[in-house]
Write a protein that binds this ligand. Structure first.
Ligand SMILES: [Zn+2]
Length: 475
C-alpha cells in the first residue's frame, strides 16, 4: 500500500534525472514512475517537489562521534555524541553516517563492537555503521577476529600507517601486521580503509620544525606533506597488490601525489578507491593563516592549489570516489586550543553543509551533472561500503531515504543557523541550495526547518562488500 508519493521534475535516479513519482510504502521505495502516474487515493501523502532537486539521502562515510580528543591542557575529552552529529547531518541532507569502533589492547573485536553499540543504540537520529579501527601492535589473534567480524556484517577495517603526531604514539600498525590483516580481509572479502602517511617523513619533519622553532600549526603542510602521501600510498597499495583479493579505500586524500598513486593503481586494475574531504577541495594551507585557522585543519593537512586541483581532477576520472567530512564536532574553544603543529586537533564541524556545498561547487560552479554530484556525496559511498542498493539510490526496493534540495533556499552559511558546533569552517560560504525536506526510511525527519526525528529512528546497518568492488576498480 502506497502511503507517500514524492513528485518532482528533477528526480535523480540511476537511470538519469527526470520527472518522476517516487512511490513509498512504509520504509521502502516501491516504484519510480513517470510524474503524475501514481493515483493519489485517500491516505496518500503527496510531497510536491516541483522546482526542486530530489536526491537519495547523503552518505558521509567518515565521521567521528564521542571521539577521544587530545587537547594541550587538561584531560582528553570526547567530541559531541551521535545525537548532535546525526541531527545536523539530517538537517543538511545526510541520512547515513559511518563512524568507527576503536579496538584497544585488552579488548576483543566483538567486545569493541558491543561497547560502541552501547554508545550508539537509541542515540542516533540517522542510520549508521562503523568501521572497525585497530591500532598499535596487533596480538596474533586479532586478524582472525577481524575475519569473523567481516562475516558478521562489519566488513571495513581502519588502519593507520602513522602515529600522526609525536604525542599519539601507538596509533600506527606496522607493515607485518597490516600484511596479516590484508590476508584475512582478502579471504573474507573485507575492505581496508586506510589513513596513509609515511611515519618516518612525518616524524622527521616534526623533529626538524621543532628544532627550527617553526612550531605554529600554519606549518602543518610541511610536516604532513606531499612526499609522505606519495611514499605511503604507493607502499600500502603495493602491499595490497601482493595480497590478491585486497581492496583499499584511501581516506582523506589530500595531495596530488595521492591522487596520482590511486590513478596509477586503478589503471593496473587494482581495486583502490579514493576519498577526499570537502575542506581539502575548497581550502588550502594558505587558510591556516586566517583568524582561527585551525578550524580548516584536518590531518594529514591542507595542501597547495595544485593539490586541490588534482583532487578536483580526481573526481572527474574516478580516482576520487567520495567526498566525506572527517567530522569532529566540538566547540570553537576546543578546536582552537592547540596552536602548534603537534597539538592542533584534526577534524572539524561540517557534516551539515556538506551536501549543499558540494552541490554548489560541483553542479553550480563546475557544471557536473546531478548524477555525478550524487555519486560523490552518496551513491559511491553506498556501493564501496556495502550499502547499495539499500542506500544511495532512488529505486524500487531501496530504503526511502530521500532529500529535497531547494534552490529557493539559497543562502550564506552561518554557524548560528546550523546544528553542529558554535562555529563553522564554512562561515559566509554561499550555497545555491539547502534541503527543504529529509526523509529517513519513509519518515519525514526534517520538514522546512522543523526537526521531526527521534532517537529511536537511527538503525545500525550490517554490511557486506560486493564482489565487484573487491575484484577490480568498479567505479
Ligand atoms: Zn578521521
Amino acid at each position: 500500500m502506497i502511503d507517500t508519493v514524492v513528485r518532482g521534475d528533477a528526480v535523480v535516479t540511476s537511470q538519469g534525472v527526470g520527472s518522476y513519482d517516487v512511490a513509498i510504502s512504509g520504509e521502502k521505495i516501491v516504484a519510480v514512475v513517470s510524474s503524475g502516474s501514481v493515483p493519489l487515493g485517500p491516505g496518500v501523502r503527496l510531497i510536491d517537489a516541483a522546482g526542486k532537486i530530489v536526491i537519495p539521502g547523503g552518505i558521509d562515510p567518515h565521521v567521528h562521534c564521542r571521539w577521544p580528543m587530545p587537547v594541550p591542557n587538561g584531560p582528553t575529552g570526547l567530541t559531541d555524541p551521535p545525537s548532535t552529529v546525526s541531527r545536523a547531518a539530517l538537517f543538511g541532507g545526510t541520512t547515513t553516517v559511518i563512524d568507527f569502533a576503536r579496538w584497544t589492547h585488552g579488548n576483543s573485536i566483538q567486545g569493541t563492537i558491543e561497547q560502541r553499540d552501547l554508545e550508539w543504540k537509541g542515540a542516533c537520529y540517522c542510520d549508521y555503521a562503523y568501521h572497525i579501527m585497530v591500532e598499535g601492535d596487533l596480538p596474533p589473534d586479532i586478524p582472525g577476529q577481524l575475519g569473523e567480524a567481516v562475516q558478521a556484517g562489519y566488513p571495513t577495517v581502519k588502519i593507520f600507517t602513522t602515529d600522526i603526531t609525536p604525542s599519539r604514539r601507538g596509533r600506527m600498525v606496522d607493515f607485518g601486521d597490516v600484511w596479516e590483516v590484508f590476508q584475512v580481509l582478502a579471504a573474507n572479502r573485507g575492505l581496508a580503509v586506510i589513513h596513509a602517511e609515511d611515519n618516518d617523513i612525518v616524524m622527521h619533519m616534526y623533529g626538524k620544525l621543532i628544532r627550527e622553532g617553526r612550531i605554529g600549526f600554519e606549518n602543518m603542510a610541511e610536516v604532513h606533506n606531499s612526499l609522505s602521501e606519495d611514499l605511503s600510498f604507493r607502499r600500502i597499495i603495493r602491499l595490497a597488490e601482493c595480497v590478491p583479493g585486497s581492496a583499499l579505500y584511501m581516506m582523506h586524500v589530500s595531495a596530488a601525489t595521492g591522487v596520482a598513486a590511486i590513478r596509477e593503481a586503478r589503471a593496473k586494475g587494482l581495486p583502490i578507491y579514493g576519498e577526499t574531504l570537502h575542506q581539502y577541495m575548497l581550502y588550502t594551507n594558505a587558510d591556516y593563516r586566517r583568524p582561527n585557522g585551525q578550524i580548516y585543519h584536518t590531518y594529514p593537512s591542507l595542501k597547495f592549489k595544485t593539490d586541490q586541483s588534482a583532487l578536483w581532477d580526481g573526481t572527474q576520472d574516478g580516482s576520487i570516489s567520495t567526498v566525506a567530512t572527517d567530522e569532529i564536532c566540538c566547540t570553537l574553544a576546543k578546536k582552537t586550543e592547540g596552536k602548534r603543529i603537534d597539538d592542533t586537533t584534526g577534524g572539524n564541524a561540517g557534516c551539515e553543509p556538506r551536501v549543499s556545498l558540494m552541490y554548489t561547487e560541483m553542479v553550480g560552479r563546475r557544471g557536473y551533472s546531478l548524477n555525478h554530484f550524487v555519486n560523490l556525496v552518496s551513491t559511491n559511498a553506498a556501493r564501496i561500503m556495502g550499502l547499495y542498493p539499500r542506500k544511495g539510490v532512488i529505486a524500487p526496493g531501496s530504503d526511502a531515504d530521500i532529500v529535497i534540495l531547494d534552490p529557493a533556499k539559497r543562502r550564506a552559511i552561518h554557524a548560528e543557523d546550523l546544528h553542529e558546533a558554535d562555529y563553522s569552517p564554512w562561515e559566509g560560504h554561499e550555497v545555491h541550495v539547502w534541503p527543504s525536506l529529509a526523509m529517513l526510511r519513509g519518515k519525514v525527519v526534517v520538514d522546512d526547518g522543523r526537526f521531526l526525528g527521534t532517537l529511536s529512528d537511527g538503525r545500525y546497518l550490517q554490511r557486506r562488500i560486493p564482489t565487484e568492488i573487491i575484484d577490480s576498480p568498479a567505479l
